[in-house]
Design a protein around this ligand. Sequence first.
Ligand code: ADP
Length: 652
Amino acid sequence: MRPLIEISQVHKVYSTGASEVRALDGVSLEISQGEFVALIGPSGSGKSTLLHILGFLDRPDAGAYRFAGHAVEGLGENQFAALRSRTIGFVFQSFHLLARYTTYDNVGLPMVYTGADDRDERISQALKAVGMEDRAGHRPNQLSGGQQQRAAVARAVVNDPLLLLADEPTGNLDSRSREEILSLLKSLSARGITVVIVTHDPELASQAHRVVRLKDGRIVSDERIAAPAPPAQAAQLELPKTRLGFSLSEIEEQVHVALWAVWSHKMRSALTILGMLIGVGSVIALMSISQGFLNDLIGKAETEGANMVQVRRNWRKFPNVPELHIEDAEAIRNECPSVVKANPVVYRDVEVKRGKKSVRALLITDIGELPSSLKRGKGRKPELWLKGRWITPEDNKGRTRVIVLTETAARKVFGDEDAVGQEVRINKVAFNVVGVRQEGKESQIFGGRPRVFIPLNTALRRLFGQRTVDEIEVEALSVDAVQDARREIILLLRGKYGYREGVEEDYDVATLTGRIQAFRNDLGKFSLFVYSIAAISLLVGGIGIMNIMLVSVTERTREIGLRKALGARKSDIMVQFLVEAVVLCLLGALAGIGLGFGLALGLSLIIHVTPSLTPSSMALALVFSAGIGLTFGFWPAWWAANLSPIDALRTE
Ligand code: ADP
């Protein structure tokens, strides 16, 4: 029968600075199945190094290693991990139990990387084998040293290994516990498991079947004391298959560990996600407000304003385009078949005075006819948005000197006094205040200026002495007729003023769709600003996450070493830390969504826009933050994954 382990001429050299240490200097050894071998020798003679090489935790610099008849030199990292996971159990001098886990979960840890279905049964069996059933729910700090080492032995055998490797398993124990561990190892050996231990303990060594003594990296004696037990399994075995992907139980463990890591450092985690919180929060706030506003605008378009068209001179591009007149409005109304009404409007910057107080305001004329003027109050009942009354067609016809102020304008000149019934002056002409109205939505958002409204004819004849108007507000037959109306108006005006069809647009005829587009454009510029702030804080947040992940890796270096010794692949460790980074980012994003929407809700009290948070923008925020977690978590995770298991286990 082939031996389980065959090594020949194995060398391992450590070079630290100038000096070279030959930890193993041509070691050849065969160990059969079922043997119980004690490696002894002075400190520094290479025992642990040999044990690590036997257990696939380390590779020799030179020499051959056959495990169960298979040469292992050409095997890759994942194959090594599979061998550690399926065929080897490790027991360490310092137990290496995870302090946060119960005995039960510590014993079950290797099965995270094998994904066994009969997990509970195996753990119970292993606990029973070491006499620790009654301590399953205890944490390591509630156990004695001997009990901790028994738990560690249970962990080593839970996956049914062929080979148990123990490095000074009794080194940290009192004499009674030493006895316990000794008899435990003997019973495992009697069950047919091959056991190799490194020890200084002569009593422990004397219980072995065979004692191999090392000195200066060489075997100096090899004594057989007793015959080994008959092997548990046939010697010829297949190498275990490497795992692909991640089992459900492992993903569960990874998410669990990530949540634990975040939760156990609450303050640190909270500070870390601050950047994500601000970045995501500001974007979500902007998105929900602007989406709410657009919904509003579009909703309004659907109900009332979509058949409105604004006609203006495109004077910026064509300074010589003839002015618009009241008569043009009449012509549009009478001659364009798709038009119902046409309302000429004059805009002017004026100074509204009352005694010594004054305010600069935008004057807008009204003929008291078109629904649009009433619907400036968001389509709500006039009494809700207007105190006093609105301008009537009679006011316009009679050129009365009446005026309606917006709340802002009224507050500027009347303070808390009731403005209705009082008098103001514009260009020395006295006006009687008949109404005060709320601000429109646009001015609430973009901080609009004070506005005042007077009848059109009053403005033209009494105030400005002119016949030209700045804009004609047109109501089309229906929403579908808007484009026709637009074309008819352009043709009419060009015909009237001698402009040929086909030249560039000399009159600007804006439809509501156009205005929504314009709003989107305005928003675009503003968004760019918010998005840049968000990008900066996300970048800073990402760097913060990278930083904390590096700390996290450093803190848990020993755990990484342990997990690798128990069979974790590089990718298992890598994904472990990536999941942690992503969980952190997602928490930040969730908090950011909450904050952003809260902010939008708060703002909505001031500007009366119902914020709207779409599932797609939430999903976008989450996906984006997960991406940040992956990006900035990559390096720390990669670093963790590539730690050498031995070095990692040895860190303090
Ligand atoms: P033992 O277990 O017999 O005490 P080790 O196998 O731990 O001995 O070490 C053998 C020699 O190799 C020692 O001289 C030790 O200092 C050296 N050595 C072990 N590991 C390292 C390492 N990672 N870097 C440098 N030297 C090492």
